[in-house]
Write a protein that binds this ligand. Structure first.
Ligand code: HEM
Length: 400
């Protein structure tokens, strides 16, 4: 009889074997090391997980993290609107001679961004911002290749379980959507702003959508790679475990939501107002917070409200993660889960520190991009903690 534990199969005989003392039986189940395997089914379990698939997906998640970093620097250096066309194949080759560069530059000179912000740019200045955006776009293509080619290989070799087909289908859709969406976002910054006083920039809604897709893809790759790479390390349950698991889920969701609200801060350049903390200027709650009509627009279009919300969300995320960490200290857990909870706690503190430093220093490129990457590190640690806790809960349910 086979039993499923956190995506793993164990045989019932391994749990009930009369010759093995109860304590030893439990430890054999809890720590699945090659030496202590109790039946051949366990070997099947291990082969259903593929180290090579896990490493490949971990590499893909690393590449997505790299794209987020590059994208952040591209935005912060105001390079994102330098390529005013999009073509899957043609734009892979950057201009290679003086004439091609001048043509590319003259296309950029027609754009509202050049006219409003960069009219003093020389061809050399243009080349710098062009290469930044080009590298970001090329990196996106490299992720596509790094995912699709090995996927075809692994499917052909039967290394992808049929049950994972839907998940990989979703990854394919997300990757293709992200490519198209990137251009949809850039297009919003190539239009002349409605009011003459507004600076041309990409829509904050589209920027948040682009970051959302990237974070979703990153989480999917990382979670799946952990399922392949991590050795099952199951542990006896404890009454706090259910609550701890819920807290870990909330921590994950809070990091995700706070990061999305950060994209609105970035999209509206809302980090350039109220550069003090904890108060916003002289106020705890600035007076213009609900100035826009209809009221819901304030949460997405009023820079003051968007910054205020991001502060509240950031501090709430820190509070939730602190509660998760405190509860983890009072719950018997495997070392790895304890480590994940402590790393998440430390990262949340560092992330809030980075956010405050970014704000107080009027968004310098270095701290702002570290703050953006910090959100991915925090999300990774929250995912890791959830993954550790997932296995524990399942074995507890079965053993009782
Ligand atoms: C767990 C807590 C936090 C997370 C996960 C988080 C995440 C993010 C993310 C993902 C961005 C978007 C960056 C981009 O797209 O370039 C951002 C922007 C920003 N965040 Fe946070 N943040 C947190 C807390 C805070 C706090 C407490 C503050 C300050 C009080 C803060 C200040 C800022 C500022 C000023 C920006 C705009 C930076 C820019 O224009 O590039 N953040 N945040």
């Amino acid at each position: 009889m086979l039993m499923r534990f956190g995506g793993s199969l164990l045989c019932r005989g391994a749990m009930r074997h009369p010759q093995i003392p109860a304590k030893q039986r439990l430890s054999q189940l809890l720590f699945l090391q090659p030496k202590t395997r109790t039946c051949s089914t366990v070997q099947n379990v291990q082969s259903a997980k593929s180290r090579s698939v896990g490493l490949w997906l971990a590499g893909c998640s690393g590449m997505v993290a790299g794209a987020v970093l590059l994208g952040g620097i591209t935005r912060l250096t105001e390079s994102g609107l330098s390529m005013v066309n999009w073509s899957l194949i043609k734009e892979m080759k950057p201009p290679s001679n003086q004439q091609e560069w001048e043509e590319e530059f003259s296309r950029y000179q027609q754009s509202p961004e050049f006219q409003a912000l960069h009219s003093h740019f020389t061809l050399e200045d243009f080349k710098r911002i062009f290469y930044m955006e080009w590298a970001h776009r090329m990196w996106g293509r490299a992720i596509g290749l790094a995912y699709f080619i090995p996927l075809a290989y692994f499917v052909a070799r039967g290394k992808i379980a049929k049950t994972d087909y839907k998940r990989h289908g979703a990854f394919c859709c997300l990757l293709l959507a992200q490519g198209g969406y990137g251009w949809y976002m850039v297009k919003s910054g190539l239009k002349k702003p409605e009011r003459d006083t507004d600076m041309p920039r990409v829509s904050q809604y589209r920027l948040a959508g682009h970051l959302f897709l990237a974070f979703l893809l990153y989480s999917g790759f990382l979670w799946t790679s952990m399922s392949h790479l991590k050795r099952d390390l199951l542990f006896e349950s404890h009454k706090n475990l259910k609550r701890l698991r819920i807290l870990a889920h909330i921590s994950k969701a809070m990091v995700f939501i706070t990061a999305m609200s950060g994209a609105f801060v970035a999209g509206l350049d809302a980090g350039l107002i109220y550069n003090s903390f904890p108060k916003m200027g002289d106020f705890w709650v600035p007076p213009e917070i609900l100035d826009f009509d209809p009221k819901w627009k304030n949460f997405f279009e009023n820079s003051t409200t968007v910054q205020f919300d991001h502060r509240i969300l950031g501090m709430s995320t820190l509070t939730i993660i602190s509660s998760t960490w405190i509860m983890s200290r009072f719950t018997p857990l495997p070392k790895r889960a304890k480590l994940a909870a402590s790393c998440l706690m430390a990262m949340a503190l560092f992330q809030v520190h980075l956010g405050i430093t970014t704000l107080k220093n009027y968004v310098p490129i270095s701290t702002a991009s570290m703050h953006q990457c910090g959100s991915l590190v925090a999300l990774s640690l929250a995912l890791w903690l959830s993954h550790e806790l997932k296995g524990i809960k399942r074995v507890a349910r079965k053993i009782k």
